[in-house]
Design a protein around this ligand. Structure first.
Ligand SMILES: [Zn+2]
Length: 103
């Protein structure tokens, strides 16, 4: 029997953590966006700089990021620019982008 499709064994025992808040994020306008996990391949950098920093930050192996075309955004920057929201009712509340830096 193949192990394909089964999740890998955990390296450490599973520990249930308390959640201080809902960690789920949503892309209110998901068309043309992709979600990826940075692997150990070539270094990749976020499309944006963190306010107050003068460099593009590195996407670390295992980091989840979103991509629009060739622009890769860490979740913090995607959230900061309004592409991601933690508002589960965004479809009712009419979440608007602060601005669209990719156009
Ligand atoms: Zn970023």
């Amino acid at each position: 029997m193949s192990d394909a499709g089964k999740p890998p064994e955990l390296q450490t025992p599973m520990v249930l953590k308390d959640l201080a808040e809902d960690l789920r994020l949503y892309l209110p306008y998901p068309q043309n966006w992709e979600v990826h996990i940075q692997d150990n391949g070539p270094r990749e950098y976020c499309h944006h700089k963190t306010p107050g920093q003068d460099y593009f930050h590195l996407l670390l192996p295992g980091e989840i990021y979103v991509q629009f075309g060739t622009a890769k955004l860490c979740l913090n920057c995607a959230y900061r620019f309004g592409h991601l929201t933690d508002d589960r009712l965004h479809w009712q509340n009419g979440v608007r982008r602060q601005r669209d830096p990719l156009v």
